[in-house]
Design a protein around this ligand. Structure first.
Ligand code: PLP
Length: 469
């Protein structure tokens, strides 16, 4: 990275402070611990306030639909007495077509209230369209910075689809090749324009997702008399898991298990130019899901409000082929053609529901719109063009970046558990590595790490002792 980039990065704290309108330093407690709930409450908005903001913004209140045909399908091969009821929360019904509108609506509200002229977000996914759509409604200018191409200038169809949508909403789109400059360009633009940083990872954004968990609990109470027993959430940067789980708790659904799901892209490197176009999913995959779970503060803000490890009861992976199968099954059996990311949670839910009793209820959160580059046929055609073998067979034979094996039968779909203790260990290791050399964690740090990793202080102490041993 050049000297100019280094200079901009050195000013990062100051640029972000102005661009977000608050100082994260106020919440720091020790070199490891910070006041997470203090940060989450810093915007001063109650859940009801957020619901009102979203209603005015045309966001939320999306349908929750029972998938009776998929439930029947699962029951046809589950053991007798097994096969939970499956439901879907249709987030494609939001204005820009995904749950990301919930995040964007709160950030744009705050930006407008505080008198910013425009907003900037660095994102290659649905969030860009969500910010652009909300900014259009609020009359704010909008710049979206995307990593869109590999060095041959070949764009991932899903990302190019996103560029089109952002431009349709009137945003200026800055397209970059894959590499480290995304963050630097965003900082430079923030400094140059004085716009608001609509970070995915701010407390505003995550507060916007809490309404999703809240609505799921309420709508399931209406449909079945109780909150769901399980919610399956597509996981990448962690906001979806965090906001949904917090919203469920705010609705009193303390028994609901939150299961995060990602597409398994093990072996592909997210910052690699050659791997960039060898994946059929641009989000909801392990390339983001694992690093963000084990070190959430790798975000574009000093402290990430999305802390998935705090909230996940289970973390499972599915293969690309299984998600394509689930996408077609949803369309062909339920008449619902939806986009790639939500179908990650759907594929996992098909496997999970099979092993649960019939009276269990599984909500698949969420769907997103589909079309053009997002469509599974364009993704499969693109995969073939990039030398990926696409065939039917046993999905256990999927090799990310080499083959996509579409199941021949639904009973071949499997949700594979990620070892949460292994993630907790990496998280604690990362926390120690980011503290100053030789720093000894205090009792406050241990308590913080235990909460952040959803474990006990004793378990954290054991991990610290092992790592130090
Ligand atoms: C439709 C959709 N589902 C799920 C995710 C994952 O959400 P998160 O990054 O908050 O974990 C994303 C974002 O990347 C998304 O756009």
């Amino acid at each position: 990275m050049g000297g100019r980039s280094q200079e901009v990065l050195a000013r990062r704290g100051e640029i972000m402070r102005r661009a977000l309108g608050f100082d994260y330093a106020a919440f720091e407690r020790t070199p490891i611990a910070f006041d997470y709930e203090g940060l989450m409450a810093s915007h001063g908005l109650s859940l009801d306030d957020v619901r009102a903001i979203q209603r005015a913004a045309g966001v939320g209140g999306t349908p929750l639909i029972e998938l009776r045909n998929l439930t029947d399908l699962v029951r046809s091969y589950a053991e007798p007495g097994y096969g939970a009821r499956i439901f879907v929360k249709d987030e494609a019904a939001n204005l820009a077509g995904s749950f990301k509108d919930r995040r964007a609506s709160v950030s744009i509200h705050v930006a407008r209230e505080r008198g910013y002229e425009g907003v900037i977000a660095a994102t290659s996914g649905n969030y860009g369209a969500a910010v652009a759509s909300q900014a259009a409604r609020a009359g704010l200018k909008c710049i979206i910075v995307q990593e869109a191409f590999d060095s041959r200038h070949v764009g991932q169809p899903e990302i190019i689809e996103k560029s089109r949508l952002c431009e349709a909403f009137g945003a200026e789109v800055v397209q970059l090749t894959v590499g480290p400059e995304l963050f630097v360009v965003m900082l430079e633009l923030l400094e140059e324009t004085g716009y608001f940083a609509a970070s995915l990872y701010s407390p505003f954004g995550v507060a916007g997702i809490e309404t999703l968990g809240y609505e799921i609990a309420e709508q399931m109470r209406g449909l079945t008399g109780a909150p769901p027993t399980h919610v399956v959430v597509t996981h990448a940067g962690g906001g979806n898991t965090t906001g949904t789980a917090r919203g469920l708790r705010k609705a009193g659904a303390h028994e609901t298990q939150v299961i995060s799901a990602s597409v398994d892209l093990t072996g592909l490197h997210m910052a690699s130019d050659t791997d960039f176009n060898r994946k059929s999913f641009t989000t909801g995959h392990t390339g983001f899901g694992v690093p963000f779970a084990t070190w959430p503060d790798r975000a574009d803000v000093p402290r990430n409000a999305a802390r998935a490890l705090r909230y996940m009861d289970r973390y499972v992976t599915v293969s690309q082929g299984e998600v394509f199968y689930a996408t077609e099954a949803l369309a062909k059996l339920e008449g619902l053609e939806r986009g790639p990311s939500g179908n990650t949670a759907l594929a996992a839910a098909l496997a999970i529901a099979r092993d649960l009793p019939r009276d269990a209820t599984v909500v698949v959160q969420e769907t997103e719109y589909t079309g053009a580059g997002k469509h599974h046929w364009s993704q499969l055609a693109f995969a073939r063009e990039n030398g990926i073998e696409v065939r039917a067979g046993d999905p256990a034979d999927n090799v990310p970046g080499k083959s996509i094996v579409i199941p021949e039968r639904p009973e071949q779909i499997r949700a594979r558990d990620v070892d949460l203790d292994r993630l907790r260990r990496s998280y604690v290791r990362n926390a120690l590595e980011h503290a100053p050399a030789g720093y000894e964690p205090t009792a406050e740090d241990v308590a913080f790490l235990a909460e952040d990793a959803h474990t006990t202080p004793e378990a954290v102490e054991r991990i610290v002792a092992e790592l130090r041993g």
